[in-house]
Ligand binder design. Structure first.
Ligand code: SF4
Length: 365
């Protein structure tokens, strides 16, 4: 928090209007899962074969200057030089969130040393049944939880990241929070799913009104034990208590194609450098207010969390709202309690990506 606060204040003092907070560094697209809500492994084999080199990663991190680096993918533990990449980023004193489904974590854990700069951000989309359904892999939850226990025992920092789709049961999500806190993770990250046009399941993404309603049910009447690894104002945004414009430059994406325009989710071209990304992207074409249909239902953290952090530091009111949300708010809400008792529609199985044998060979590489 201290690093982020001082970084944001430095940007403000320098008069910068667009600054990155978290670099989303995708060093590969290969994965050992085929989740229905994600389309990354739909790339052709020659793209799936590509890896960013450690030097390319370091160049992007140095150029961007963000204090935090999130490493999603694909599955970053499948990158042959992931240990070297993480070591180089720790040496640069970047706070790293290595986003993993944890299937390989026990096997690869000796590549890493515990550090305050390194956090394993383990992908868990809810309790056992919900997670296994979302990632289309029976037993995935148990493997991930087992790996979390091992990582915690070895002294690593561990958080969870959870994507929630339409049909998520708020009561079960709250029980999942209890499970994760009992497990000993440091914090939990949440985001509504986004309708990737490459994702095979297009039926279970949430519209904005349903997103707010679902998060109101989940996050109201909050237990004090729950720790979230997100800006408290972003959580209020998800609950419909705040509105923010999208600031996609706050979490820029770098991958094997270059700097992705305009955000982690859309692909409207690429820039060769971060400064080119800032200068050549038509930012006014994006965000919910822009009228761009691709942005209409989006409330994901990579577009809006940086906006919430910006709001914290943009005025005394924003700062006081953050302090209040952090220290005092449990969001008592009787209507939200009632919503927890509403009958849930039967959950339809998500669509399994039909992986071709070629793709499977690639992802096992
Ligand atoms: S609203 Fe969502 S999809 Fe649109 S630019 Fe922002 S983060 Fe990307």
């Amino acid at each position: 928090m201290w690093t982020v606060s001082t970084y944001v204040l430095r940007q403000k003092l320098a008069g910068r209007k667009q600054y990155p907070l978290v670099l989303m560094l995708e060093p590969l697209f290969r994965c050992n899962l085929a989740c229905a809500g994600c389309g990354k492994i739909q790339y052709p084999a020659h793209i799936l074969k590509k890896d960013l080199t450690p030097e390319e990663c370091f160049r992007a991190v140095d150029e961007c200057g963000a204090p935090m680096v999130s490493i999603p993918g694909g599955e970053p533990l499948m990158h042959p030089q992931i240990g070297e990449i993480v070591e180089g980023l720790v040496a640069r004193k970047k706070y790293i969130y290595l986003c993993t489904n944890a299937l390989l974590l026990k096997e690869k854990i000796d590549l890493f040393k515990p550090s305050k700069y390194l956090t394993f951000s383990v992908h868990l989309d809810g309790q056992r049944e919900e997670h296994d359904l979302a990632v289309c892999r029976e037993g995935g939850y148990d493997i991930a939880v087992d790996a979390v226990k091992v990582a915690l025992k070895r002294g690593f920092r561990v958080t969870t990241n959870t994507t929630l789709f339409d049909g998520a049961n708020p009561k079960s999500v709250r029980a999942f929070f209890d499970e994760m806190m009992e497990l000993g993770v440091e914090g939990m990250m949440l985001s509504p799913g986004y309708s990737y046009d490459k994702a095979p399941d297009q039926k279970h993404f949430l519209g904005r009104a349903r997103t707010r309603r679902m998060f109101r049910a989940i996050l109201s009447n909050r237990k004090k034990e729950w720790q979230f690894n997100l800006s408290p104002l972003f959580l209020e945004f998800l609950m419909g208590k705040k509105t923010y414009p999208c600031t996609p430059w706050g979490m820029p994406t770098y991958n094997v194609f270059g700097w992705q325009k305009p955000c982690y989710l859309l692909q409207d071209g690429y820039a060769e450098t971060f400064s080119e990304l800032l200068a050549t992207t038509e930012w006014s074409k994006y965000g919910t207010e822009s009228g761009n249909p691709a942005c209409a239902n989006c409330m994901v953290h990579s577009g809006y969390e940086a906006s919430a952090v910006h709001a914290t530091f943009n005025s005394l009111g924003g700062f006081l709202a953050t302090v209040k949300a952090t220290l005092f708010s449990r969001y008592r809400d009787d209507e939200a309690l009632r919503m927890l008792e509403e009958p849930m529609a039967a959950v339809h199985p998500l669509v399994q990506i039909a992986a071709t044998s070629d793709t499977l060979q690639e992802t096992r590489a």
